[in-house]
Design a binder for this molecule. Structure first.
Ligand SMILES: [Zn+2]
Length: 615
């Protein structure tokens, strides 16, 4: 208690992020946190990948925790898995986590619980009949994850959170609402077999259980009302909604001999992989889009139920969730990580969302951050691991531009100097830009490869800052906040979105289209109106140059990224040599791989920002 009090006093004294003379740094204002305690306890529990009786994981030594705290760490996450703490029905054993809680609090750190409720205890999993497990369409086989489609699952979650709150009460400083996925995040099952006994698992479509099938049919009934309308949209011939099935590309189990998963990245992928070419007719496209939007929304809705459940037992200021992230730019559609949808869902609950990123990749970061800004959701950032020093600095610049106000990292000890130097930039305020790149959401849902958009956007960052507008945000009215919209890949876009863009153009919006044509889902060519249409190219660098050529024709890329917000300009030098940035009336030296913050005095805006329409 005494140390917490000391910490509280320090917070007041160091509220502007200065390092005190004695070298103590307080990251409380930014909730600088790290994680993964008790993972080996879970790995050796009955549900773990390597069960061992009587295995306990000791807390980190007091001195090392104190050192982390003095370096600015505020909170440490402890993983609590239901299957590890309730090994027999009704017999809860919290001793592993009581020890962690005491150790962290003794060192002045917050105790944050990251829950794994989605892998049921062995007694429940093997009893059957009382629970439903996720089942794949590819083999009609169950995995060891509870089904998000069975209403009973959320009642099991409720039972766990109730027991957690009864045991720990106010000793818990933060608590996550578990979703699904291999790490309890906003993903469908993926094969990550090193932590728990995950059972049959791979990347695919996990909606073969009877509750899933029923939910899909009900969703289609709600959308079309009559079977004739559905048949007309899909070019199908169903006689009733109770016969409606998934798209033919995924609805049949794989034939014998095609069921051996092959390794693709971190996850085993089997069966159908969507691509825009896979859907030949308007009916096929519509049917797939109806399916994938339902599939994505189902896990988002489940996340909402999990959040509501946790809020029954803990106050909103302690509740958080991890909606998954943007590995490789944007996640494959089968994973279910539709980031803007999570932001929209979570907004009414006033909790913190902590998505994972991909090494400071600007397009992916802005795809989710633009949605967080639009819907008003508090962003904590969780950098992917394995970042070198310079990439971590770029990551922090991207976070600051994205309006992050909190930082989580698994590699706190590797990046203490960078965190102490730049964490004060996590103000919660996003960069202000009149330029938006359209996230081609319809194309994404059709399974198109968006690497070209992501790569072109990354290269364009040298010329100008931008937001990334998901079609959901266009639908919800975000377009009027921007002067310029850029469509890099737009082969298919929903007509409703195209109509919104046309109306915005008529109100003075400037549209830049790379190549074209743009079609609606029915295949009808869209009239760009007054858009500036750039020559088609399959070269990302050429595309970035062409966009910059019409957006800021006098600028030369110098490796310095600029972001302007709340009267200040952030400059990140991504190059290996110092760069002098010309400001009106003066020059600012930016060292390589460092961030410089400049007060935006009148006339002191970098000319590139002016050209991009910022002043
Ligand atoms: Zn399977």
């Amino acid at each position: 208690m005494k140390e917490l009090l000391v910490s509280g006093v320090l917070l007041l004294v160091l509220s502007s992020a200065a390092i005190a003379a004695e070298g103590v740094f307080d990251g409380a204002r930014w909730n600088v946190s790290t994680g993964n305690l008790s993972v080996s306890y879970i790995q050796h529990s009955p549900i773990g990948a390597h069960p061992l009786p009587d295995f306990l994981e000791p807390p980190p030594p007091f001195e090392s925790l104190k050192k982390l705290h003095s370096q600015g760490l505020t909170a440490y996450e402890d993983y609590i898995a239901w299957g590890a703490v309730e090994r027999e029905e009704g017999k809860w054993d919290w001793s592993q986590h009581d020890r962690m809680e005491k150790a962290l609090h003794a060192a002045g750190l917050k105790y944050v619980v990251y829950d794994w409720v989605h892998f049921p205890p062995v007694w429940l999993r093997e009893k059957g009949g009382w629970r439903t497990l996720m089942k794949c369409l590819e083999h009609r086989q169950e995995t060891n994850y509870l089904s998000i489609f069975d209403p009973e699952t959320i009642r099991w979650y409720d039972r766990f959170y109730k027991a957690l709150a009864e045991h720990f009460g106010a000793r818990i400083d933060g608590v996550y609402a578990c979703i699904l996925g291999p790490y309890g995040e906003g993903n469908y099952p993926l094969n990550v077999p090193d932590w728990v006994n995950i059972g049959h698992c791979h990347e695919g479509y996990w909606c073969a259980d009877p509750y899933a099938v029923r939910a899909f049919r009900e969703a289609m009934r709600a959308r079309y009302h009559t079977i004739e309308r559905l048949n007309s949209a899909w070019s199908s011939s169903y006689r009733s909604f109770s016969a409606v099935d998934y798209p033919e590309q995924i609805r049949n189990p794989l034939p014998a001999g095609q069921d051996t998963p092959h390794i693709a990245g971190a996850s085993m992928k089997v069966g159908f992989v969507a691509s825009a070419d896979a859907f030949k007719t308007p009916g096929e496209r519509r049917r797939w889009l109806d399916f994938i939007q339902w599939y994505h929304q189902a896990i988002i809705d489940f996340a909402g139920e999990s959040i509501k459940t946790v809020l029954k037992y803990f106050p909103a200021e302690k509740v958080r969730t991890k909606p998954g992230g943007t590995a490789g730019g944007v996640n494959p559609i089968a994973w279910g990580t539709y980031s803007p949808g999570y932001a929209k869902m979570a907004a009414p609950y006033h909790i913190v969302l902590q998505p994972a990123d991909c090494h400071g990749a600007y397009f992916g970061d802005k795809w989710l951050a633009t949605a967080y800004k639009f819907y008003g959701v508090k962003l904590s950032t969780e950098p992917a691991g394995g970042l070198d020093r310079n990439t971590f600095v770029r990551r922090m610049f991207s976070d600051a531009s994205c309006g992050a106000s909190q930082l989580f990292t698994y590699e706190f000890e590797d990046h203490v100097p960078e965190i102490q130097k730049y964490i004060h930039l996590y103000t919660g305020a996003s960069s202000e830009t009149p330029v938006a790149i359209l996230m081609p959401t319809t194309l994404y849902r059709l399974g198109a490869d968006l690497a070209f958009t992501i790569k072109s956007a990354a290269l364009l960052r040298d010329w100008t800052d931008y937001d990334v507008l998901d079609e959901l945000l266009v639908q919800d009215g975000a377009l009027d906040s921007y002067r310029t919209l850029i469509i890099i890949q737009g082969e298919y876009i929903e007509q409703e979105i195209l109509s919104k863009i046309s109306a915005w153009q008529k109100r003075g919006g400037r549209l830049i289209v790379c190549g074209g044509p743009v079609l609606n889902v029915e295949g009808k060519k869209w009239d760009f109106g007054s858009a500036e249409v750039l020559r088609p190219s399959d070269d990302a660098a050429e595309t970035a140059r062409a966009i910059a050529g019409v957006l800021c024709p006098d600028e030369k890329p110098d490796g310095v990224w600029t972001a302007r917000r709340a009267g200040r300009t952030l400059l990140l030098n991504t190059s290996d040599h110092a760069v002098d940035v010309a400001l009106r009336g003066r020059r600012v030296a930016v060292p390589p791989h460092e961030i410089v913050e400049v007060k935006s005095l009148p006339g002191a805006t970098p000319s590139s920002l002016k050209r991009a329409g910022l002043r």
